[in-house]
Design a protein around this ligand. Sequence first.
Ligand code: 3PG
Length: 396
Amino acid sequence: VGTLGEADLKGKKVFVRADLNVPLDDAQKITDDTRIRASVPTIKFLLEKGAKVVLASHLGRPKGVTPKYSLKPLVPRLSELLGVDVVMANDCIGEEVEKLAAALPEGGVLLLENVRFYKEEEKNDPEFAKKLASVADLYVNDAFGTAHRAHASTEGVTKFLKPAVAGFLMQKELDYLVGAVANPKKPFAAIVGGSKVSTKIGVIESLLAKVDILILGGGMIYTFYKAQGYAVGKSLVEEDKLELATSLIEKAKAKGVSLLLPTDIVVADKFAPDAESKIVPATAIPDDWMGLDVGPDAIKTFNDALDTTQTIIWNGPMGVFEFEKFAAGTDAIAKKLAELTTSKGVTTIIGGGDSVAAVEKAGLADKMSHISTGGGASLELLEGKPLPGVLALDEA
Ligand code: 3PG
């Protein structure tokens, strides 16, 4: 992928595709500005080099023009972080955008309205991509979180804007999620959780070829237990994935990967924050109870295993961490990774939505080596799938 430092930028209009898809509350207030902050280094660099930045993003999944998905609420925070008054357009293409872009001074930023207000964006319509591209001289893609989508602003525009290069965030995400995973300092451990094994099959299979230790947690483990003939009570089980679970266990064995399933479980009498709970062996979950977190013995085993590693990748929580009573397993992993990063220099990579939220909830976000800004994108990358938004840059 071409990089930013190589491009000649002074006076150039640069179309920057960022992923500014941040959560907003009912009052249109930003509830988590991580993605905006993560996009700042690239934009600042461009401004310092005397470029004029035309900034584009999607927000949410609108069907047509939908005021609640406008990017306008982002302007104050963006302006504050960049130290310039960001100009906002009412559209992402058309006359007004052309005028505003033409009037941009060196070091100025024009934020376009949500590109998904046009269905042509997701259709990757070439005419639409051409219109987006028409106001700029070159293209920088820093939208790692959207790189798994072949859309007009992530893929189509690269046909019309050269050079098309990666921004710093995109580069950093690829360095960690591709580089560190392909050439990890060993021993290398993966921790995979989340509610369903069906959404993590690709990731588990791909990581089995690379890791020394694989720790499994979250709702998916009950499918593994049932496959091994354990009683699982009312725990979540994907009946059609039992054979697959068995085959993953066998694959791990064949590859010499140490596969760790929790030895004890925190069970609940119902799926609720105020449920009754108790700790039971993983092999004997009582009828009428469901597993919602990993137990203290499991945490100890996981911690001991993680103590031996140099690189750790984590995707998916260990339990229902949204309920305080069932957050201990997930919190313990977050604390362990933070401790290993800061005290032993272990490389820790947090990929994907829920584990990122857990790390943030624990206040440990700045302690990890890398926290990915991409949910779907980081999963697809870890599965070994090529990302269209990145491939387009390679080709350019
Ligand atoms: C995300 O939030 O994962 C990205 O912004 C992509 O959004 P999408 O899943 O709506 O394409």
